[in-house]
Design a protein around this ligand. Structure first.
Ligand SMILES: NC(=O)c1ccc[n+]([C@@H]2O[C@H](COP(=O)([O-])OP(=O)(O)OC[C@H]3O[C@@H](n4cnc5c(N)ncnc54)[C@H](O)[C@@H]3O)[C@@H](O)[C@H]2O)c1
Length: 438
């Protein structure tokens, strides 16, 4: 389990606890008493009362995060099937969740009538096709972030989502962290005055290479793993876990961590169903030919239609803390996984008045998903939000790749008068791993 995954699991386990223990934990991250008092921690994440209430869960993509999510989901349902294109990962997951139904091809798994819910823990370049196929098969889906590989994939996904009316939760679990909601509620209610600048800092990505190609391990279907992407020789550093540092499969930490922190920035700015109108930026390092090629260190500047500016930088080389800082005419609020603080403590301590804007409350990201499966209401991070958050990251990656300022129309979701940039909104998908297979 990596650091990010360990953190997610710890939160999930903690949130199974009772009000008392949750209060102790949340007080430790700087939440003010008035905010704690208003919450009913854990109330939205009750375990099902009987076996009959437990939906059948299938895990597609049995790597580190998929299994982590599935462990969390197994509190709310029964794991009945697993799927992976790597036999070792498949067998490990089957053993861990004690299931007999094992699949290499997710389309076969989706024919299994015992499966009600899919956990999609595949790498980024597989997210959209697996999500769409699951919707079409009538399954509800918890799909890992970043939601998509391209902006166009988000639009395709939303189309099928609206047609099939399934329940979908994007795995940007910070939305279910109380300190993030508090920060966004305070900012949205003008607690720091007029919001002027958002500063997002994300971990720097990997830098390394060139890497040697190797024989494909016998347990791995490398062609299936590559899916829609261009075929290349097998290089272990392109595959499990480190795929996120290759532009072919992902967008580096811009999309990996951006799907968390840019999501919070959008929430606080009230632009969660829209996006910026301008972006420019640059990679701070030349990546090594034949090595990881997503920018490892970078600096981006965004402008929103409401006049708010947003700076997104890698933590290194600037020595920045990991998190999101909202700056207004009256002070600032900084929020991270470690907690929340502000330019003056009173900004946090003063309760919000009656009638203040209050945001969607979820205290357990997976629990919220299973609650919504029962109620058929929208989860806290439904796909339009996941799509819009990762679009901000995709825009940043494109600005760095094209090396110039880009103007974006968030309503039409296209670049303004920029034919070349508009060609980058989608990518060619390698047959047969395109929309025709789902
Ligand atoms: N929410 C979070 O905090 C968080 C944390 C870590 C990772 N993630 C996300 O989870 C996803 C998986 O990340 P990871 O670190 O577990 O990667 P990983 O490489 O460890 O696991 C991915 C698994 O998917 C399998 N796979 C690939 N193509 C497949 C296909 N077509 N069908 C079935 N299985 C397939 C791989 O063989 C591998 O076992 C990523 O998108 C990542 O961004 C989210």
């Amino acid at each position: 389990m990596n650091q990010e995954q360990e953190h997610v699991f710890q939160i999930s386990v903690r949130r199974r606890g009772f009000i008392k223990s949750a209060l102790a934990i949340t007080a430790g991250i700087g939440l003010p008493e008035w905010f704690l008092g208003q919450d009913t921690y854990g109330a939205s994440a009750e375990a099902p009362k009987s076996e009959n209430d437990k939906p059948g869960i299938a895990l597609i993509g049995c790597g580190g995060q998929g299994r982590n999510d599935c462990r969390w989901a197994s509190y709310f349902g029964n794991v009945v099937a697993v799927c992976d294109v790597d036999e070792n990962h498949l067998n490990a997951a089957a053993e861990q969740f004690e299931v007999k139904a094992k699949y290499k091809d997710f389309r076969k798994l989706l024919e299994n009538k015992d499966v009600d819910v899919v956990i999609n823990g595949t790498p980024d370049h597989w997210h959209t096709l697996v999500n769409i196929a699951s919707f079409k098969a009538g399954k509800d889906v918890y799909g890992e972030k970043p939601l998509t590989l391209t902006i166009d994939e988000g639009r395709q996904l939303l189309k099928v989502y609206k047609e099939t009316k399934r329940i979908f939760q994007t795995g940007s679990q910070q939305r279910s962290g109380s300190q993030f909601r508090l920060a966004c509620e305070l900012v949205r209610n003008g607690r720091i005055g007029k919001l002027q600048h958002i500063r997002v800092s994300l971990p720097a990505g990997r830098y390394g290479g060139p890497f040697q190609s190797r024989p494909v391990p016998s347990e791995l279907d490398w062609d299936f793993w590559q899916g829609q992407t261009q075929v290349v020789d097998y290089v272990p550093e392109r595959c499990h876990g480190s795929f996120r540092y290759w532009l072919t499969y992902s967008g580096g930490t811009m999309t990996d961590w951006g799907a968390h922190h840019l999501d919070i920035a959008q929430w606080g700015n009230g632009t969660e169903r829209s996006g910026p109108v301008e972006v420019e930026g640059r990679s701070l390092v030349n990546m090594i030919p034949g090595g990881y090629n997503t920018p490892s260190q970078y600096h981006l500047e965004y402008t929103y239609g409401n006049g708010v500016r947003m700076t997104c930088k890698s933590m290194a080389p600037y020595g920045l803390p990991n998190g999101v800082r909202f700056e207004g005419s009256n002070g600032w609020i900084f929020v991270s996984r470690g907690g929340i603080n502000a330019s003056e403590q009173e900004l946090l301590d003063e309760p919000l008045p009656a009638g203040a804007i209050r945001l969607y409350k979820s205290e357990n990201h997976m629990g919220n998903f299973f609650d919504c499966i029962r109620t058929r209401k929208q989860p806290i991070c439904e796909p339009e939000i996941g799509h819009r958050s990762v679009s901000v990251a995709h825009l940043g990656v494109l600005a760095m790749r094209l090396g110039r300022k880009l103007r974006w129309d968030p309503y039409k979701e296209e670049f303004v008068d920029d034919k070349i940039a508009n060609e980058w909104v989608s990518r060619e998908m390698r047959a047969p791993y395109d929309y025709s297979i789902v």
